[in-house]
Write a protein that binds this ligand. Structure first.
Ligand code: DQA
Length: 149
C-alpha cells in the first residue's frame, strides 16, 4: 500500500466558499472522501495550513517516510523559496498541483518557485488535478518497483 501525503497551503481550507467561479463549489474534505473511495489501495493522508512554516515542517516530517507528496501550496507557490528548499531536502517525489490554470491568470501567478524542485506539475483541471497527481505518483512508484526487480 502506497502512503501518499496531500498538502494544501493557504486559503485552500476555504474551497467551496472561496471564489467558486475559479475553484468550484466543493470543499476539499468532500473531494477527499471521493478520492479515498476511488483509491482504496492508497493510504491517503491530508494536511492543510495557512502557515508557511507548518507546511515546511510537514514536508520535512513526511518527505522521508511516504511514497509521494501532492502539494498545492496556494499563493506560497509564487513566493516561497523556503518551501522550494524543503522540497529539495527530502527524497520522496513531490507533484505540484493547482486547481486553476495559473497561466491563464494574472502574471504574478505564472512563476512558481516550487516547479523546479518538484518531480512534475499538474494544473488547470479543477479538483481533478489532485487525482491526476495521484495517478502520476502511482506510476512513479510502479516504475521504481520494476527497476528494483
Ligand atoms: C492555486 C493557484 C494560486 O495562484 C492561488 O494563490 C491559490 C490556489 C490553485 O490551486 O489554483 O491559492 O494554487
Amino acid at each position: 500500500m502506497l502512503n501518499i501525503m496531500i498538502i494544501n497551503g493557504p486559503n485552500l481550507n476555504m474551497l467551496g466558499k472561496r471564489e467558486p467561479t475559479i475553484y468550484g463549489s466543493q470543499s476539499f474534505e468532500e473531494y477527499l472522501d471521493i478520492l479515498k473511495e476511488k483509491y482504496p489501495d492508497l493510504n491517503l493522508s491530508y494536511f492543510q495550513s495557512n502557515v508557511e512554516g507548518e507546511l515546511i515542517n510537514v514536508i520535512q516530517e513526511t518527505g522521508f517516510i511516504c511514497d509521494g507528496i501532492v502539494l498545492n501550496a496556494g499563493a506560497y507557490t509564487h513566493t516561497s523559496l523556503a518551501i522550494a528548499d524543503a522540497i529539495r531536502s527530502i527524497n520522496c517525489p513531490v507533484v505540484e498541483v493547482h486547481i486553476s490554470n495559473v497561466h491563464k491568470r494574472e502574471e504574478v501567478r505564472h512563476h512558481s518557485f516550487l516547479s523546479p524542485a518538484c518531480r512534475g506539475v499538474i494544473l488547470g483541471f479543477g479538483m481533478d488535478s489532485y487525482r491526476l497527481a495521484l495517478e502520476a505518483l502511482i506510476q512513479i512508484n510502479q516504475q521504481r518497483q520494476d527497476n528494483e526487480c
